[in-house]
Each structure stands twice: as C-alpha cells, then as structure tokens.
Design a protein around this ligand. Structure first.
Ligand code: M6R
Length: 361
C-alpha cells in the first residue's frame, strides 16, 4: 500500500520524520544526558576497553557507516572507520581483540556482510549489528546491536533506512561517548539536536516543489559531480549513488579537496556539480572549491545552511549541531534523484539490474 504516493521511494522519503522519531523513542536518558540501547550486550567496562571500531556494510549501508565512523570519532574519540564488507572479508584482515566490529544492513541478509560477520565470529571478534529487519540473519548472528526502526523499506533504492541508520549511529556514538569522555553538556547538546531532527526533516520535505524545479534544471546533465569535505563527503557519495541507481545518470563523488588532483579536468558546463556545504569550520574551504569550479564554467547546485553566492542554486537546509548536519543534508538530494528519475520515466522502485537484498556473492 503506497498510501497515495506514486512509488514506494516517494512514500519512504516522505516517512522520514516519523521514522527518526521512532528510532529515538524511549532511548533518551535526560538525567545522565545519554541514551540507552537495550540490545548492545556491551557493558560499561567493556565499552571502555574498545580501542578501535570497524564498521562493515555495502552500498548505502556502507555510506551510513562512514558517517557513523565520523560520529564515533567525534563524540566518543574512538578511532573508527568503515569499509565495504565484501572487500574486508577478502583481504585476510588482522582481527584484533580490542576492536569492536559493527555490521550494518537494512535487510540483514546481504551475503557479503553476513559472511564477514561469520568470519569475524569464527576468529573470536565481538560483532554488533546495526540492522533494520528484526530477526534477520545478520541480527541473529551478531553478539548484540541495535535496530534501526525505519519500518519496512520496499523500494530497492534505500532512503529512510539510510537516515535512520545514521541516527542509530549517532545514538551509539553518544552512548559510547558518555561512558568515556564526552561531557554532560555536550551530551545534552547532541540530545537537543537529535530531538530537533523530525521537525527539521519535515521542513526539508516541505520544499519538495522547489527541489523538483531544480531537478528539471539539471536534467540535461550527462554526468554529475558530487563534492563534500569530511562530514559532507559521505553525504556526497550517498547522493551520487542515489542519482546513479535511480536515474542512470552517471555521477561521481569526490572530496572537494581532491578536485585539483585530477577531477577538475572534467568540469565544464555539461558536468554540473552538487556541493555539500555545511556551515562548519570547512565553510571557507568549500567556498574556495566552488570558486574553482565556477572559474571552469561549471554549474553548481549547493546544499547548504545559507544561500551560497558562488553557486548557481542553493537548497537551504536547517542547521543542527555540526556533528548531526550530515543526517539532514542528504535528504533533499533523495528528492532530487527521485524527481530526476521520474521526469526520465525510470522504473523508480525497481531500477534495472538491481535487487533489494543481495543474498548472493
Ligand atoms: O540490505 P543492505 O543494507 O545490507 O543492502 C546493502 C546494499 O545492497 C544497498 O544499500 C544498496 O546499495 C541499495 N540499492 C542502495 O540504495
């Protein structure tokens, strides 16, 4: 039942304020400015002993894990990174007892992720799951974890589950942070930010008509460049994947800082750029990158917290705490990908060559 929407993708994009509300519900502890995640199976002493976190997933879940790794480093100051599960399991990784492994999956059935979890468990590692589908294979195989509570996601192109997974990582990062060195004040600051998310998501979704207009403006592109820095970079990667899989327009994602090391050669009017420009300490650097693109006659669509003079168009998104900005900045670009694909007559819920869950190698 699509509830009045023309596709599941549109329905699922539109459900995100409620979905985020669901992942937060019942978990916030205002007294200690922390969150409780019931199923983690990791007590405070064990959490303090974690020296590294390795996040494994595929596709969109991998991108959510990249933002998750940044949140964990920022809030809990534990070294963390994300890697495609498929690559990890074929490079004979060093499995370290002080590392906590986190497997991320919407379906909980992705074979490469499941196989990585099984290999890790065979070697005695502790593995948590950040999974949407309750009781799925990865959820069962993990030592503990947290559910993402996005609700059923039908469209092959993941949208609401991405957002909820990142929020789930923010909760995990806050939880670990407050066991370690995150202050009460910072814990409270992040909690207040989390509580603002549902309303801010509704605000973004209310701008759909304008995003649809912008999608038409860029629909002639043969290829698009997506750029961002640090917090903005995984957002750029995910937005680029969304556009590719649903519209079949070629897209690339790069850290803005890497442009001059090669990809700047591609910039010309037929290759527009989408720039993720949060209002944080890298704002000036991002502005400089947009200037370089303009100097090569590139068109720019910015996603930012204020109108960007260097860009041809800006989608303004509400500001949250710096650490939480990536949760919101990708949402308008889900709608951008959707409207581009719709105008091109694509099979939005079932893009060619793709399956919702990849249970084979
Ligand atoms: O179910 P999973 O989260 O494990 O799926 C992982 C990927 O196959 C999935 O995210 C894929 O990249 C989607 N088509 C993205 O929209």
């Amino acid at each position: 039942d699509m509830g009045g929407h023309d596709t599941y993708m549109h329905k699922e994009i539109s459900e995100q304020a409620d979905a985020v509300d669901r992942v937060l519900r019942g978990r916030i502890d205002d007294r200690f400015s922390t969150v409780h995640l019931g199923g983690l199976n990791l007590d405070a002493r064990e959490a303090r002993g974690v020296r590294r976190i390795k996040i494994l997933g595929c596709g969109t879940s991998y991108h959510a894990g990249q933002i998750g790794a940044q949140l964990i480093e920022e809030l809990a100051r534990i070294p963390a990174d994300a890697e495609p599960a498929s690559e990890f399991r074929y490079r004979n990784p060093v499995v370290d007892p002080d590392t906590l492994y986190v497997a991320v999956s919407q379906s909980g059935e992705t074979y490469d992720v499941l196989a990585a979890v099984q290999e890790l468990k065979r070697k005695g590692a502790r593995v948590l799951g950040v999974v949407n589908v309750v009781g799925s294979a990865i959820a069962r195989e993990a030592d503990g974890g947290t559910y993402v509570h996005a609700g059923p996601e039908v469209c092959v192109v993941s949208t609401k589950c991405f957002t909820n997974t990142v929020v789930a990582f923010a909760l995990l990062a806050l939880h670990l942070g407050r066991i370690r060195d995150l202050s009460v004040a910072d814990g409270k600051r992040i909690i207040d930010g989390l509580r603002r998310l549902p309303e801010q998501i509704s605000e973004i979704l209310a701008g759909e008509d304008e995003i649809k207009r912008l999608a038409a403006e860029y629909a002639d592109a043969k290829s698009m460049m997506f750029i961002g820095r640090v917090r903005g970079y995984p957002v750029a990667r995910e937005a680029s994947l969304k556009l590719k899989e649903v519209s079949y327009i070629h897209a690339e994602a790069y850290p803005a800082s890497e442009l001059k090391h090669g990809p700047l050669a591609l910039i010309e009017p037929a290759m527009p750029t989408v720039a993720i420009v949060p209002d944080d300490d890298l704002l000036e650097k991002n502005r400089a990158a947009m200037e370089e693109i303009k100097a090569r006659s590139g068109r720019i669509l910015a996603v930012a917290h204020q109108v960007q003079e260097k860009a041809d168009h800006t989608i303004v998104v509400p500001k949250n705490e710096n650490e939480l900005d990536p949760i919101l900045m990708g949402i308008p670009l889900q709608l951008f990908a959707y409207h581009t694909a719709l105008a091109m007559g694509r099979d939005i819920d079932k893009p060619r060559n793709l399956a919702k869950s990849v249970t084979v190698e």
